[in-house]
Write a protein that binds this ligand. Structure first.
Ligand code: COA
Length: 239
């Protein structure tokens, strides 16, 4: 793994959103593999399909590279801790992050001091109405019925990404009732404010790629978002 050449500073109420493609060369994959911890290697070995194993290794390798820019340590030196619900974090540090992957795209959100959650979903041409009925709030489900047929699948995946980003910021995963809260049903230009469990959450949708929809949620007012792309040549601004 090449030495770090970059360092990034996190300012209060600022969120950095990174995007990356997970289809990397064999050589790059070996470099990523070399920086993983024993428990990450054990997880990688458990995937049944090579493509899922490769994407996991790439996502963890890229995550370690990105975090090394903020933590100013080498990617392999980063030690992850996990909450009871499996959310990774770095102990004794105010750098907060979250990760999401869908097919061969990954997004990474980094901020300071406040919990953060991010989610990306590939926009497929169809969706399961039963899933929307089961997991969406009544308002979300009704809103989905009102959009044109051509926009329904996209709207479904946007709602899904918004809801997942909320529960990922809270760190609760499946342990929070998804139908109990309502998110915007379309891409939002402005930061959306959501009151949940006596906490004010800020939600912002973003388009990391034309075929995907994504959202970030954090427990702080978002004043600025920086959009970075992780590439082999180093970080690039993408928006
Ligand atoms: C973790 C969870 C919250 C998101 O998983 P997902 O959408 O399948 O996958 P993503 O790629 O977006 O996120 C996975 C990453 O989230 C992080 N993560 C794991 N547990 C987490 C938690 N409790 N909270 C926040 N982040 C978590 C990890 O970094 C993980 O990456 P890794 O697999 O490389 O370790 C999932 O376990 C979950 O509970 N999903 C809810 C399922 C559901 O009912 N969805 C219906 C939506 S309408």
């Amino acid at each position: 793994m090449k030495k770090r050449y970059n360092f990034f500073v996190l300012n209060p109420n600022e969120v950095s959103l990174w995007r990356a493609a997970l289809s990397v060369t064999e050589e790059q994959l070996s470099e990523f593999f070399a920086v993983l911890s024993p428990d990450e290697i054990a997880r990688a070995e458990k995937f049944k399909f090579p493509i899922h194993k490769q994407r996991f290794i790439a996502a963890r390798g890229i995550l370690r590279c990105i975090l090394s820019y903020y933590l100013l340590i080498e990617p392999q030196e980063i030690q992850f801790s996990y909450t009871a619900h499996g959310k990774p974090y770095i102990a004794d540090n105010d750098v907060e992050f979250n990760v999401s992957h869908s097919h061969d795209m990954a997004v990474f959100a980094v901020t300071k001091r406040f919990p953060i959650g991010v989610d990306i979903e590939k926009i497929k041409s169809t969706y399961e109405d039963a899933v929307a009925k089961r997991y969406f709030s009544q308002q979300e489900y009704a809103g989905l019925q009102e959009v044109s047929l051509a926009q329904q699948a996209k709207t479904f995946y946007q709602i899904w990404a918004n809801k997942e980003a909320v529960i990922k910021a809270m760190g609760l995963g499946v342990h929070y009732s998804l139908e109990s809260f309502t998110v915007p049903i379309k891409e939002t230009k402005r930061v959306f404010s959501l009151q949940l469990e006596k906490t004010n959450w800020s939600l912002q949708t973003f388009a990391a790629h034309p075929d995907y929809t994504a959202a970030v949620v954090t427990e702080q007012p978002i004043e600025k978002i920086l959009y970075w792309e992780w590439t082999l040549m180093g970080p690039q601004i993408w928006k």
